[in-house]
Design a protein around this ligand. Structure first.
Ligand SMILES: C[S@@+](CC[C@H](N)C(=O)[O-])C[C@H]1O[C@@H](n2cnc3c(N)ncnc32)[C@H](O)[C@@H]1O
Length: 391
């Protein structure tokens, strides 16, 4: 008789790092969801067709299967991340855990697991995490969390994450994983790809079949920037004045520039969504609006600037586990010629070599950086399986 497989529903599945770990531990993922089409394509290619593309806030619980054992939900973390200064309860993304809550309430699984960044612990002095815990307790779950660093569990990467978990089958144990004595270094993990120049093709290196060994070659520490940048609101007022004088609407200007441009940005006084035209656009606008020379110099005079310290210019650790693989451009390879390749990031996240990513370069980096390392997920899944077997 086939061994019983516990059934899993997975929310915010992304490319499927967490799901892959559960699958490797013998769980059956019967329904998954994400609204990012590249992540869904990657998931389908590597894990299965059980993933549905769509915004979870628009998916009714009746569309999600019943009789499930586990709900997984690595709810989005941007709003929670310590890397993001605007950590706030008002960030809409922070409310996405409510979708996990809703599905857990409506489907009543024995266990749920949520993953998140460490920043969740300190957000609003711990009040956010408290609120989340209380919400799950209120629907009948015993809730707890652990903070762990993936590098203690065989992942060649320092990655601190919170695992939030709850059950309604009377388990009060702390989720504990067995620490490994030796940490795996970046060199151990991706040293074999060091001298292999990036390529779009499948290659074989050290008897390993390697895909997605592509990388951003943006490793500059200098860039051109405006010498005396004007204030965005001044430019906005100025351009609006001349646009009105020329009796043109923003839409008209949009049409002149073509659809690739949204002239609206230049006429919007808002540091977040407004913008100052680039040099070419400025001269084109000048032809159209016939404005004077007041801001010409400030907008168009550039100088070469040195980027001071920035995370994005760091060179990756080599003789220790790598820094956290994030959803943005990865660190620079120690060869200083390129950033870590998509495959190198995937290896540092413990995705198997035959797990192939799809989408643009940045999209692939994002899918990988967003993921729970499958090797870590598998160890969590093994504990969860033991808990279910006790029931
Ligand atoms: C932190 S990632 C999860 C990664 C995943 N657990 C893994 O291990 O690969 C969060 C995911 O939530 C998805 N997401 C964000 N808002 C969503 C929404 N409203 N509906 C569906 N998916 C959403 C994002 O596209 C992203 O892939």
């Amino acid at each position: 008789m086939a061994k019983h497989k516990y059934k899993v529903v997975s929310l915010f599945s992304g490319a499927g790092g967490l799901d892959l770990g559960f699958k490797q531990a013998g769980f059956d993922i019967i329904w998954a969801n994400d609204f990012n089409k590249d992540a869904v394509a990657t998931y389908k290619h590597n894990i299965g067709n059980e993933i549905i593309l769509g915004d979870i806030t628009q998916i009714s619980s009746t569309k999600i299967p019943d009789n499930i054992d586990v709900v997984l939900g690595g709810f989005p973390c941007q709003g929670f991340s310590v890397a993001n200064n605007k950590r706030s309860m008002s960030d809409m993304r922070n409310y996405l855990y409510k979708e996990l809550l809703r599905v857990v309430r409506d489907k009543s699984p024995k266990i749920f697991i949520g993953e998140n960044v460490k920043g969740l612990l300190s957000m609003q002095n711990g009040m956010v995490l408290d609120m989340i815990k209380k919400d799950f307790q209120a629907i009948g779950y015993h809730v707890d969390y652990i903070l762990l660093n993936a590098s203690n569990y065989g992942v060649p990467q320092n990655r601190e994450r919170i695992i939030l978990y709850g059950n309604k089958i009377g388990i009060y144990d702390k989720l504990t994983l067995k620490k490994q004595n030796k940490k795996i270094t970046t060199k151990d993990a991706i040293g074999f790809l060091s001298d292999v120049w990036i390529t779009n093709h499948q290659i074989t290196v050290d008897n390993r079949i390697i895909n997605n060994h592509i990388a951003s070659i943006n490793v500059q520490d200098k860039f051109y920037a405006r010498k005396n940048p004007p204030k965005q609101e001044d430019i906005c007022d100025y351009l609006k004045f001349w646009r009105n004088k020329a009796e043109l609407s923003t839409k008209k200007i949009d049409n002149i520039f073509g659809y690739a441009h949204t002239a609206g940005h230049w006429f919007r006084k808002d540091n977040n969504s407004g913008s100052i035209p680039n040099i070419n656009d400025w001269w084109r606008l000048k032809d159209i609006l016939n404005f004077d020379d007041k801001f010409d110099k400030q907008v168009t005079e550039l100088e070469l600037k040195q980027i001071k310290f920035e995370q994005s210019l760091r060179i990756t650790n080599w003789d220790s586990p790598s820094d956290t693989i994030t959803a943005t451009q990865p660190e620079i390879h120690i060869n200083k010629k390129r950033r870590l390749s998509v495959r190198e990031c995937a290896i540092l996240q413990t995705f198997p070599d035959d797990f192939i990513f799809t989408g643009s370069l940045n999209s692939m980096y994002r899918q990988i950086g967003n993921a729970v390392p499958p090797l870590l997920a598998k160890q969590i899944a093994e504990v969860i399986k033991k808990w279910l077997e006790r029931d």
